[in-house]
Ligand binder design. Structure first.
Ligand code: 5GP
Ligand code: ZN
Length: 112
């Protein structure tokens, strides 16, 4: 799949609809279309990076931006606790090949 077909790139460029929760110059966060918890938000870099596997040292600041954006969202929503999850690669449960951090909250969530 080419970057041009990437649905998360399209969401970041507002070419596809999503309920955007947070945005800054590097990061966009939006509601997951098929939530696995009462609150399920995906935090993505605007830059197309496929997966944690493709992260490079030069992406250090961008990678921490995802976590800090998730923290800001959690604070804005007054969440007392939450989970942050990266699925990495097909065998790690990653279906969409654009790096994304899952922010899950609203009920006790057990990891498999
Ligand atoms: P993954 O399994 O790749 O870590 O997670 C991909 C997530 O993206 C899934 O939780 C799925 O529900 C969500 N998702 C897939 N397609 C779309 C879409 O078009 N819009 C939104 N908002 N979420 C999507
Ligand atoms: Zn992309």
């Amino acid at each position: 799949m080419s970057i041009n077909d990437c649905i998360f790139c399209k969401i970041a460029k507002k070419e596809m609809p999503a309920k955007i929760i947070y945005e800054d110059e590097k990061v966009v966060a939006f509601n997951d279309i098929n939530p696995k918890a009462p609150i399920h938000i995906l935090v993505i870099p605007k830059k197309h990076i496929e997966s944690i596997k493709n992260l490079e040292q030069k992406d250090e600041e961008l990678a921490s931006s995802l976590i800090l954006a998730a923290k800001k969202i959690a604070e804005q929503k007054g969440l007392s606790g939450y989970k942050l999850v990266f699925n990495v690669g097909k065998d790690g449960g990653q279906i969409i090949n654009h790096l994304h951090l899952h922010l899950l909250a609203g009920k006790p969530i057990k990891l498999p």
